[in-house]
Design a binder for this molecule. Structure first.
Ligand code: DGT
Length: 218
């Protein structure tokens, strides 16, 4: 709840790996009265000394279930975290974990059908029993070849083995969820931004979203 006990205007920032979600959140640091919740990747890389992200990439059949289970917990924590401001900006959500990452793992058999069923039941249970506020989704739309180059350039150690085909598949899953609406639930209206632009031009594109995001704060 914000200071005056009104629910914050809640925005999910979504997009492929390397689409600039963190940079987008950083753009909004200049404004007052916004709570920024960046994705808990660091928690995934160090859970009591275990790097779950690395384990998942190195041996997906063995670790995907464990990893997704922990992603769900950390995402739910972010969804439920109170914001003392009129606007709350979150990097990703339980929805992209389910409709993009888990969906991919189910389709390529990384997850056993029984594992997928358990994750899906958790997702449905949470959706029906725990309020998840969502007022707007900002979709940072990119071309797979462009984010693939960015991922190679930033050289996060765990992601070195990521093939272009994985990025292409994740792109299709984001499009199916946010543009083609193949799943019944898209929890909020979607604002699409061109996130292929490089850093020198992207600020103007980010500004296009300020009005919709800040209108509750000003
Ligand atoms: P950005 O700022 O757009 O460059 O964002 P990234 O690429 O730092 O953040 P994100 O969420 O796209 O990806 C972080 C890493 O975690 C990446 O290797 C993909 C992985 N990841 C994130 N969420 C999930 C998930 O639910 N399942 C799986 N398997 N991987 C995930």
């Amino acid at each position: 709840m914000s200071a005056n006990n009104v629910k914050p205007f809640t925005v999910f920032v979504e997009g492929n790996i390397g689409s600039g979600k963190t940079t987008f959140l950083e753009h909004f640091r200049q404004f007052e009265d916004i709570t920024l919740l960046t994705e808990p990747v660091e928690m995934w890389r160090d859970l009591k000394g275990c790097n779950l992200l690395e384990l998942m990439y190195k041996d997906p059949e063995k670790w995907a279930m464990t990893f997704q289970s922990y992603v769900s917990l950390t995402m739910l924590d972010m969804h439920r975290r109170p914001a003392p401001t009129p606007v709350k900006l979150m990097e990703r959500s339980l929805f992209s974990a389910r409709y993009c990452f888990v969906e991919h793992m189910m389709r390529n058999n990384t997850l056993h059908p029984a594992q997928f069923a358990v994750l899906d039941e958790w997702f449905r249970f949470i959706q029906h029993n725990i309020p998840i506020d969502a007022d707007l989704i900002v979709y940072l739309k990119t071309s797979p070849s462009i984010v693939y180059q960015r991922i190679k350039k930033r050289a996060r150690s765990e992601e070195q083995c990521v093939p272009l085909s994985y990025i292409e598949e994740l792109h299709r899953l984001h499009e199916d969820w946010l543009i083609n609406r193949i799943h019944a639930e898209c929890p909020a209206p979607v604002l699409v931004l061109d996130a292929d632009l490089d850093l020198s031009q992207i600020t103007d594109e980010y500004k296009r979203s300020e009005h919709q995001i800040l209108r509750k704060a000003v």
